[in-house]
Structure formats: C-alpha cells, structure tokens
Design a protein around this ligand. Structure first.
Ligand SMILES: [Zn+2]
Ligand SMILES: [Zn+2]
Length: 261
C-alpha cells in the first residue's frame, strides 16, 4: 500500500510540475523564467511524460485567457455545460493541434514565441503512445514488486491531466468564491486549488495572469509555487525579483488590490 501511495504521489507531482509550472506558468504566461535549453527539453519530453502536447496546451490556454467564458473560450462551463466541459476541452485541444500541424497562420501567431514545434508523436497521429508507455511501466512495476496496485497507482498519478484539467476548467469557472470582479466567471475553488497545485485559484489567476504565485489571501495555499521555489534553488527556474505582475507594478500589489476590491 505504501509503495502504491508513494508511486502515485511521485507520478502526480512530476505530471503537475510539467503542466502547472512548466506549461502554464513558464511557457504560457512567462511568470517565471526558464532557459531556452530547458524550453526545448520540455518541448521534447513534456508530451512523453504528461501525454499532453506542450505547444498545443499553451495555444489553448492563451485562447482561454483571451476569450474567457465567451463562446470562443475553448472550455468554458458557461457555454458548454459543467460536465460537457470534460469532452469540450478534448475536442478543442484536438482542433487546435490540427490547426497548428497545418500551420494555420491565426494559430501559429498565438504561440510564435514557443521555440519548438508540435510533438512528432502528434504529427504522426500517435497521441496515445505516452499513455501506452506509462501503462507498460505500470505493468513492469506491478510484476517486479508483485504489486499491481502500485502499477495502477503510478499510471493514474502520472496520466491524470485530463481529470485535473476538467477540475480546473469546470469548477474554477463556476463553483467557488471570488476575490476580484473579473469580467469572466472565474472562481477560487479551495478543493481544486489544494488538489491541483494552486490551479484552482482561477479568479486570482485571471486577475493576475503573470503572477507566478496563484494564492493571495493568507488562507490560500499554492503548492505549485512551493515547487517553483524548490526548483529555483536548483537553478531550474528563475523567479523574477519583482513578483508583482507585469503591467501592475506601477499601480498596486495583488494584496493592495485585494484590500481595495
Ligand atoms: Zn481560467
Ligand atoms: Zn493561465
């Protein structure tokens, strides 16, 4: 049981670090700095580790911020219905990947700063390969330790992004409290924030999209930012000295904004 729990946590932390820290905060928003070499490494390995194409993810996420909770949002519960958000996020992702593979100018423009292409597995239509590889690793773990629960736990931990995405996209834009009156329907959902490394603080994040830290109130906790601090000690990422988001520096800090809201 302990082995299963340990492998689940290991897979979960690795997967969430890639999506929340690297894809989201570093690539999509440039809230933290990573080296060009690191970016290319993420472009090569991110798909294999999470099963999600990093360039496609960044493109969809930027569209989400640009069109939050309007009919053009790729995954808004306001326009697709709460449960259908799970299907919609996959359909939108597939559509965006096809556009990027076909080098559609409109979509290429959105991710022109990303220094790598759509992953070759997606170009070849082999999107399922990472999931198959993780399943094989799970079987190897199960056989080696005579503990198939451990193998399954590893697989669920590392391949959980579709479910995490649904929790953030559906709950984070419909159920929870709001610190800021953003023009969208973003909410802060404590359960999703705690299980998805701070990603559930969608209302805070939509107000300050370039802040590396998603929690603002003292009662809020962003584990993803904890990982960023750890990675900065290892020189993998760099936290900008001034953590007040770009464009807000001359006006107010997030906490001042909260007090005046
Ligand atoms: Zn959002
Ligand atoms: Zn974002």
């Amino acid at each position: 049981m302990l082995l299963a729990l340990g492998l689940f946590v290991f897979g979960y932390v690795v997967s969430m670090t890639f999506t929340s820290v690297f894809y989201h905060r570093a690539l999509a928003h440039e809230a933290i700095e990573i080296s060009p070499r690191m970016k290319k490494l993420i472009g090569l390995t991110g798909m294999l580790i999470t099963g999600i194409d990093p360039k496609g993810w960044v493109c969809m996420h930027r569209l989400h911020h640009e069109h939050s909770d309007t009919p053009l949002d790729p995954h808004s519960p306001a326009h697709t219905g709460f449960w259908y958000t799970f299907i919609k996020q996959h359909k939108s992702f597939e559509r965006i990947l096809v556009k990027l593979i076909k080098r559609d100018k409109e979509f290429e423009k959105i991710v022109r700063d990303i220094p790598f292409d759509v992953h070759f597995l997606n170009k070849m239509g082999l999107w399922y390969v990472p999931f198959v590889l993780h399943a094989i690793v799970g079987v190897i773990i199960g056989t080696a330790f005579d503990n198939y629960l451990a193998g399954i736990a590893y697989f669920i931990g590392i391949c959980g992004h579709p479910l995490q995405g649904f929790l953030v996209n559906a709950f984070g834009h419909s159920i929870g409290y709001r610190n800021f009156n953003c023009p969208d329907q973003s909410t802060n959902n404590t359960f999703v924030a705690l299980t998805c490394f701070g990603e559930g603080y969608q209302n805070n994040h939509h107000r300050f999209p370039t802040s590396p830290k998603f929690s603002i109130r003292s009662s809020e906790f962003d584990f993803g930012f904890g990982i960023i601090k750890f990675l900065s000690l290892l020189n993998v990422v760099k936290i900008y000295r001034d953590q007040i988001p770009k464009g807000e520096r001359e006006i107010h800090s997030p906490l001042e904004m909260l007090e005046n809201n």
